[in-house]
Design a protein around this ligand. Structure first.
Ligand SMILES: [Fe+2]
Length: 291
């Protein structure tokens, strides 16, 4: 089965979400959908998610899966919202439990939050397979950016999350809790073993140099041209580059709301006695101390 892929760019966070479908049966998976969130007002919105709803309904897709490549730190997931409208099971790599334990501590979450992955419908084992119409989705473990990161191979298309960016933009940071640059290097080497013509879909593009945002390359293009990891770059050189670069990066704008929602599969925290859902802001926890 060679899938059709429709991609959606979220300008506010530079995120690419994808809908991958079996053209014969119209079975579909939504990958890394975004929930709009305004930090200043604390308001969510569903404009980005509703574009995916309209696409799925308009083309008669039957949503079987809503997949997360990892617990994102830069945008909120609309998985829960989409499931309410389109159905499907929400799935993420089994490494999410470790991510949940880490962030339960960092955010001081209470006993209502169990770091056992139970917020998701399915936890994905490394190298497991999910059905999609006449084909399947192969789960490739690709830790490094985070330790729950996975990639999804569907026919000749692979959805790599934040493992690599477009070739001119390199690779994702590895300095979040559980991140590891050497692991990321090895994950990329595994992706590089895919056939050269495999279509590669990224989760982010930040339009370097003002070019239009794009989301698709090939394994061959990445192996030849990726500015951080390409054929001939060894692990030690990559780890040095990545570590030095990460030391210069500020925390993502939406890390505080994103993580709290994404470890809950796109749900807001439970409403409190007044009927309002609250996010927590741990003071002097994230980022580097200001001098
Ligand atoms: Fe990420």
């Amino acid at each position: 089965m060679q899938p059709t892929v429709t991609s959606f760019h979220h300008a506010g966070t530079g995120t690419w979400s994808h809908v991958v479908a079996d053209p014969a049966t119209h079975a579909a998976a939504i990958i890394d959908p975004v929930l709009d969130y305004d930090w200043k007002s604390g308001r969510t919105a569903t404009a980005a998610a509703d574009l995916i709803v309209a696409h799925c309904r308009g083309t008669g897709l039957k949503v079987r899966w809503i997949l997360e490549t990892h617990a994102h730190a830069d945008h909120l997931s609309s998985a829960h919202y989409l499931q309410g409208l389109l159905g499907g099971e929400i799935a993420i790599g089994q490494g999410i439990c470790s991510v949940q334990r880490t962030f339960k501590t960092l955010f001081g979450l209470g006993p209502e939050f169990q770091p056992d992955g139970s917020q998701f419908d399915r936890l994905l084992d490394d190298d497991s397979t999910l059905p999609l119409g006449n084909g399947s989705i192969h789960v490739i473990p690709t830790p490094g950016h985070t330790n729950d990161s996975v990639s999804f191979l569907v026919g000749n298309a692979v959805f790599i999350g934040d493992t690599l960016f477009m070739p001119d933009s390199g690779s994702a940071r590895c300095d979040f809790p559980g991140g590891n640059a050497a692991e990321l290097y090895r994950s990329v080497q595994r992706l590089f073993l895919l056939p050269a013509g495999t279509r590669v879909f990224v989760c982010h593009d930040y339009s370097p140099g003002g070019r239009a945002p794009v989301c698709e390359s090939t394994i061959d293009e990445q192996r030849r041209n990726n500015t951080h990891i390409r054929d001939g770059v060894d692990e030690a050189a990559f780890v040095k580059m990545r570590t030095e670069r990460d030391a210069t990066l500020d925390v993502p704008n939406l890390v505080i709301p994103s993580v709290q929602v994404n470890i809950r599969a796109g749900r807001l925290p439970p409403v409190e006695a007044d009927g309002v859902s609250y996010l927590r802001v741990p003071v002097d926890v994230f980022g580097k101390p200001k001098k």
